[in-house]
Design a protein around this ligand. Structure first.
Ligand SMILES: [Zn+2]
Length: 130
């Protein structure tokens, strides 16, 4: 295993695994300890990598199914529109907001020359995880 800190290949596996069961290593060059997830986006997550990947896949499922059933878009502009709408739908769902009410408010604001409502959560506690 290559050390993520100094890129040395002179490492040895430690006898104990992490709390989540990942292998631990010791770098003989820099003396630092690391595990299979060190230096990856999964480092320090409290859930196993396969569970995190399943959650991400589940969150992307709607967009993937849409793309598969609609054969994608025909232009960059169409792709940006789909990205924006899927973001609105996902954000509203996570915040427990009504998508149609949000889009209606955006259209009303646009027709009156005003700035539309924010898509950001009103408070951090209003976010729902999964
Ligand atoms: Zn090292």
């Amino acid at each position: 295993m290559t050390c993520p800190h100094c890129k040395s290949v002179h490492t040895s596996e430690r006898p104990k695994r992490t709390e989540l069961g990942y292998r631990r290593f010791l770098c003989r060059r820099c003396g630092r300890e690391f595990n299979e997830r060190t230096g990856t986006p999964f480092n320090r997550l409290q859930y196993p990598s396969d569970v995190v990947c399943l959650v991400v896949l589940w969150r992307l499922r709607h967009a993937l199914l849409w793309r598969k059933s609609s054969y994608g878009t025909q232009s960059q502009r169409g792709s940006r529109f789909v990205e924006a709408i899927l973001t609105v739908v996902s954000s509203c769902q996570q915040q427990g907001r009504n998508v149609l009410a949000y889009l209606t408010a955006c259209c009303r604001a646009f027709s009156m020359g005003r700035v539309g409502p924010s898509l950001l959560p009103r408070t951090s506690s209003s976010l729902r995880i999964c």
